[in-house]
Design a protein around this ligand. Structure first.
Ligand SMILES: Nc1nc2c(ncn2[C@@H]2O[C@H](COP(=O)(O)OP(=O)(O)OP(=O)(O)O)[C@@H](O)[C@H]2O)c(=O)[nH]1
Length: 434
């Protein structure tokens, strides 16, 4: 059917570029729904920005590490009283651990996205220190388990709880309380001794554990839900955008084409003509134009009915499409009028093509298809940029129009001098049958 590139592609390209721009704008101006706003508020004020989310995590982890340093320092009286021989060594070891934890703080501050690694290194350093410290005192087993418990609670169980569900987190905290309760009961030390010998660290751990776990849990889960909602919303937007692109394509086609013949309409034809003329001026190529007006459509309508008139118009349209090559454009400019734009075509080629068209219209095949003969008045003109200087589209059309009306007048004269009945005829000239 209608070939070309030029019929479909030009207007389509423009509109599809427009669609892409609209899509981008929509994403840029995306406003979260009120429900989403609440989620954002719960999770983090700017949690939908991954970097901000990670910074929030880094702040929480920093609290963990600072609490650890505080806990380590709380062992000072214990060292001093219980193991005076090793007091100096323990102090140096503690100092090194504090330096290591501070280094971890700096590390996670600089690389907030890798904050869990800093936490892990801090936890391992603390474990080594606690194990070593325990080996220096008289009851190493008790203190080793004590220290391991605290370290595991703060550095392993607590972070793990953050990624588990509420129930698991509560169970974990309960587990910690039970373990420490049993340890208190079965300990060889009195309660006051335990509190003095590092109990501060334990109490701090137990106090902040549920709070920090809760904050981290909310942060993780809300972020996950948020990401899920955003993904879903994004998918909806992509689907809606695809629908809009499809609708826009249909609308663009409708805006640029004639519904009955599916040929490009006047608007599309004039845009193409203007662009072709500009190119013709630049490249110094000839440009030919044809204005075609079907003869006696009113007579066909009045005698055979509009259905036959429609068929005649469609027949002319399909012939135009069939005869044109892919660089040419044929459009329906009005009821029984057509415009053909032939870029890079000289006057001789245009005349030859025009002759072919009129022959085809008058051919037996045409008459068999329609049941009656058809003719059209054609006005042709060629723009030669090498010979003509200033020229515009309107002047070019007026020139073709004048020639077309000249032929039309002659056709009317023939019709009025030789009136006949409208019947099927083998004659090629419609004037003879009307
Ligand atoms: N069937 C049909 N008729 C149409 C259509 N569009 C316009 N017409 C009719 O076509 C007729 C065109 O009339 P004119 O411009 O006088 O042309 P004509 O009857 O072909 O006469 P000449 O051009 O002088 O040969 C009008 O009666 C319009 O109502 C259409 O899409 N289908």
């Amino acid at each position: 059917m209608i070939k070309p590139t030029m019929l479909e592609s030009r207007p389509m390209d423009r509109s599809s570029r427009m669609n892409i721009a609209t899509d981008t704008d929509e994403r840029r101006h995306f406003q979260p729904s009120p429900r989403l706003e609440v989620l954002l508020l719960l999770a983090d004020y700017k949690a939908y920005l991954p970097k901000a989310e990670h910074c929030q995590q880094a702040r929480l982890n920093a609290v963990f590490l600072l609490c650890s340093i505080w806990g380590i320092l709380s062992y000072v009286p214990f060292d001093y009283l219980m193991v005076p021989d090793h007091w100096m060594a323990l102090s140096i070891g503690r100092l090194m651990l504090v330096l290591l934890l501070l280094g971890c703080l700096l590390w996670q501050h600089r690389r907030p996205r890798r904050t869990e690694r800093a936490l892990l290194v801090g936890a391992l350093g603390a474990e080594v220190f606690f194990g070593w410290g325990a080996s220096l005192i008289d009851t190493p087993l008790a203190f080793l388990s004590w220290n391991l418990n605290v370290a595991v609670a703060v550095f392993v169980l607590l972070p793990l709880a953050t990624v588990w569900r509420w129930a698991n987190m509560l169970a974990h905290n309960l587990f910690m309380v039970v373990v420490y309760g049993l340890f208190f009961l079965g300990s060889p030390f009195s309660l006051s001794e335990l509190v003095q010998y590092g109990g501060t660290f334990l109490l701090v751990g137990l106090t902040i554990s549920p709070f920090l776990s809760h904050v981290r849990y909310v942060n993780f889960t809300q972020s996950a839900r948020l990401r899920q909602e955003l993904t879903q919303r994004n998918q909806e937007l992509v689907a809606a955008n695809e629908q809009l692109v499809q609708k826009s394509k249909v609308l663009t086609h409708l805006a640029n084409h004639d519904v009955m013949t599916n040929l490009p309409n006047r608007r599309c034809g004039m845009v193409f003509l203007q662009e072709t003329m500009t190119a013709s001026l630049q490249e110094k190529h000839p440009l030919s134009l044809l204005l075609i007006d079907v003869d006696n459509l009113k007579g066909i309508n009045d005698t055979l009915g509009h259905h036959y008139g429609d068929r005649m118009i469609c027949h002319v349209a399909s012939l135009l499409v069939e005869l044109l090559d892919e660089h040419h454009l044929a459009c329906r400019t009005g009821g029984d009028e057509f415009l053909v734009v032939m870029p890079n075509t000289d006057a001789q080629t245009c005349d030859r093509w025009c002759l072919r068209l009129t022959e085809q219209l008058a051919s037996d095949e045409s008459r068999e298809n329609l049941g009656f003969a058809v003719s059209a008045s054609v006005g042709t003109t060629t723009f030669e940029p090498s010979r003509e200087t200033l020229f515009d589209v309107d002047t070019l059309i007026q020139r073709a129009d004048a020639k077309m009306y000249h032929h039309k007048r002659r056709a009317r004269q023939r019709r009025t001098t030789r009136p006949t009945k409208l019947v099927y005829s083998q004659d090629s000239d419609i004037d003879k049958v009307v």
